[in-house]
Design a protein around this ligand. Structure first.
Ligand code: NOJ
Ligand code: CA
Length: 689
């Protein structure tokens, strides 16, 4: 595909179409010694230096002359073969520059610029067996990335990687935000701590340096390799090293040469928002592999779901079974009447009484009180799409066997999206959710789904690494401690959603499932609750990105509630995203544009605060209608979470909005061009105090 791909290069304001062949002219190769080779970002501010220190490869990174990564080593330890970590001599380099603008099928912006300089360093062992290893570096204006390439070579037809030796030696004891390292789950609360105390973490790991730089360490294009965690680097309190998730026998990655690793990524920005607005992770993935994408439809969805988590209904059959034909049609009626295009149905197929056991589910047999074709047909008449559900309980062996038949069924009856789930220990036992075997599985499901024009929402997934650029039917995924925790645990503290946008969400969209209005659900679970105000639930639709975005509460809790109008209207894919203001762990203010309308969402932690934010992003000389929901003057997530104020007023580019955020609260608004009549009749905006 890449050979014939047309690449758009931008020279100043002129856009010229060049083919991939011409692009090669801009590249050059040499046999020069690579030690001390430097690579600069297009704007020249970031510099990466490759070094060969007595035959051992390494790299360092600086920005504006200030060290970001101190000299850090690279390489592999192999099983059954000597390591690829030293004794190398240079065997040539090649360089190229690349600049394109591509259009995501959905996402945080309608255009993405992929602009970088690349350096590939080829190394050969000076002594026998003379094996080869290449490392490809890319420098962008917003960070750096590198990957290993083990070329096809005699003497190394296959490799078993025992350890990837990649190090990240940071330049200071940065403040970090991360979740603990875990080979099975990302459903954890975030820790804020100095780098020197980090221990081990899943990625992305976000950092703030003393001189005000924001860094995020993650990986891109994880398609056939083990997931990377970061572990403390012995002997260096400011160093982390790559720790890959193992196979049951301890090997980390198995493959044939040529073998390429995912990209190791270090995003660099001057604000938390720079990290959010960056396209670095997606840019490092292959372009869209699908010829036709019109069937990929971002949407909001409701679900026979929250009722299951709060114990109102059950997944399994019985008197309180949730997924009955009748109940599904009740949800469909509500969704249809309120402009919600999708409905997830969990607990429709047999096996839920055996959740977690081997061969519990066959993925095709509905419970007797659920008629799949009838429900899908009824939904279609009402303009609603059904989102199917495949919970594996971790039994991936059976799911692999049944996968094609299970997807065929949904494709045949007309289910355009499937939520998958892996809630349980993986079969075969000893495999981990984040190991190479599962990475291959998740990938296979994406490809099989794409073949049938099915979109995916994966729960208990591998973390996102930008694969949705290549397969945009990979819509959203969990891999986050989401709303469900409020239903059956101590829940998510108010600060959780002020950290997620700058950690987990840097990797990709998240199916957090916002939108709970009955925040205490005392009728079902008096001991549990959601730790936000109602308005903060609205704000999450703007702050948290997901092309399938849930309206998670029960229909009866939305009925007759004006704020539900905001949920029904807010878009799920965007032309532009801007972080207006943020302090990670304290608050965040997002503005996102869809067409001509902007949406503004602000969230705060347990601290009440007033934020003033300018609307400088609006077109000049134009009037807009601000339609807002704000926490009420007496609102407080704990005592009065439902208190809110709503209003409409005229604003323009010069307006400063005052956002009065209650403890655990938020602010949500639409800002859309005003008609002449609106401009004449609505009051000019005046701050509430
Ligand atoms: C855990 C998922 O996160 C949740 O959304 C789902 O309802 C249950 N597993 C059952 O599949
Ligand atoms: Ca889960």
């Amino acid at each position: 595909m890449s050979g014939s791909r047309v690449i758009r290069r931008m020279f100043g304001s002129r856009v010229i179409m060049l083919s991939g062949v011409l692009l090669a002219v801009l590249a050059h190769a040499s046999d020069a010694a690579p030690s001390g080779e430097t690579l600069s970002s297009p704007d020249g501010r970031i510099r990466l230096v490759f070094s060969l220190d007595e035959g051992a490869p390494g790299y360092s990174v600086s920005r504006d002359g200030r060290e970001v990564i101190r000299p850090s080593r690279l390489g592999y330890r192999l099983r059954g073969a000597p390591p690829l970590e030293g004794g190398f001599a240079p065997a040539g380099t090649s360089r190229r520059s690349f600049d394109e603008v591509w259009r995501p099928v959905w996402g945080k912006a309608s255009e993405a610029r992929n602009h970088y300089n690349e350096l590939e360093v080829r190394l050969r062992e000076s002594g026998p067996p003379g094996r080869e290893l290449s490392i490809v570096f890319r420098a962008f204006d917003d960070g750096v990335a590198f990957r290993y390439r083990v070329p096809r070579q005699t003497g190394l037809p296959a490799v078993e990687i025992a350890d990837e030796l990649t190090e990240f030696r940071f330049a200071g004891d940065h403040t970090t935000w991360s979740i603990r390292a875990d080979y099975e789950s990302y459903e954890h609360l975030y820790r804020e701590m100095p780098l020197s105390e980090l221990g081990a973490a899943n990625t992305p790991v976000t950092m703030l340096t003393d001189d005000g730089l924001f860094l995020s360490v993650h990986e891109a294009a994880l398609t056939d390799y083990a997931g990377m965690t970061l572990a403390w680097l012995e002997g260096d309190p400011l160093g982390l090293r790559c720790e890959l998730v193992p196979w049951p026998d301890g090997v980390k990655v198995r493959g044939e040469t040529p073998l390429v690793s995912p990209w190791r990524t270090i995003q660099i920005g001057e604000s938390p928002g720079d990290l959010v607005e960056s396209f670095l992770i997606l840019n490092l993935n292959e372009p869209c592999a699908l010829e036709e994408t019109s069937w990929i439809r971002p949407m909001k969805y409701m679900g026979i779901w929250w009722s299951l988590h709060i114990g109102k209904e059950t997944w399994h059959e019985g008197p309180d079974h949730g997924a009955t034909t009748e109940n599904a049609e009740r949800y469909i009626d509500f969704a249809s009447d309120h402009g919600i295009p999708g409905l997830l149905i969990e607990g429709w197929n047999t096996g839920w009484d055996k959740w977690g056991a081997s061969e519990a589910y066959d993925y095709v047999t509905p419970y007797p009180d659920f008629d799949l074709e009838e429900v899908v047909g009824y939904a279609a008449e009402k303009g609603v799409s059904i989102i199917g559900h495949h919970e594996t309980g971790g039994d991936v062996v059976t799911y692999e066997r049944k996968l094609e038949e299970a997807l065929d069924l949904y494709a045949r009856v007309g289910v355009p999206a499937v939520k998958t789930g892996y809630a349980g220990g993986i079969y075969p036992r000893g495999q981990h959710h984040h190991g190479q075997w599962m990475v291959r599985h998740y990938r296979r499901v994406v490809e099989e789904a794409a073949r049938r024009r099915i979109m995916l929402d994966v729960h208990e997934p591998i973390k996102p690494t930008g694969v949705s650029r290549t397969y945009p039917n990979m819509m959203t995924r969990e891999g986050v401690r989401g709303m469900e925790y409020n239903a059956w645990s101590e829940g998510n503290p108010p600060e959780h959603t002020t950290i997620l946008p700058f950690t987990r969400m840097l990797a990709g969209p998240l199916d957090y499932t916002p939108g709970i209005f009955d925040l205490t659900f005392d009728e079902y679970k008096p001991g549990n609750r959601v730790h936000t105000t109602l308005v903060k639930q609205l704000a999450l639709y703007v702050v948290l990105e997901s092309p399938l975005q849930m309206a998670a509460d029960l229909p009866e809790n939305y009925k007759g509630q004006p704020p539900f109008g905001f949920i029904a209207k807010v878009p799920v894919t965007w032309d532009e995203t801007r972080v207006l203001d943020a302090a990670i762990g304290d608050y965040a203010v997002f503005a996102r544009r869809a067409g001509e309308a902007w949406y503004l969402g602000a969230v705060t932690d347990e601290g009440a605060r007033v934020i003033r934010t300018p609307l400088a992003f609006l077109d000049s000389g134009r009037s807009y209608v601000l339609s807002y929901y704000a926490d009420g003057a007496d609102a407080d997530w704990e005592k009065r979470p439902l208190s809110f104020e709503a209003g409409r007023a005229i604003v323009d580019q010069g307006t400063w909005l005052t956002l009065p955020l209650a403890a655990g609260g938020g602010y949500a608004a639409e800002i859309a061009p005003a008609t002449e009549e609106e401009a004449a009749s609505l009051p000019a905006y005046a701050p509430p105090f």
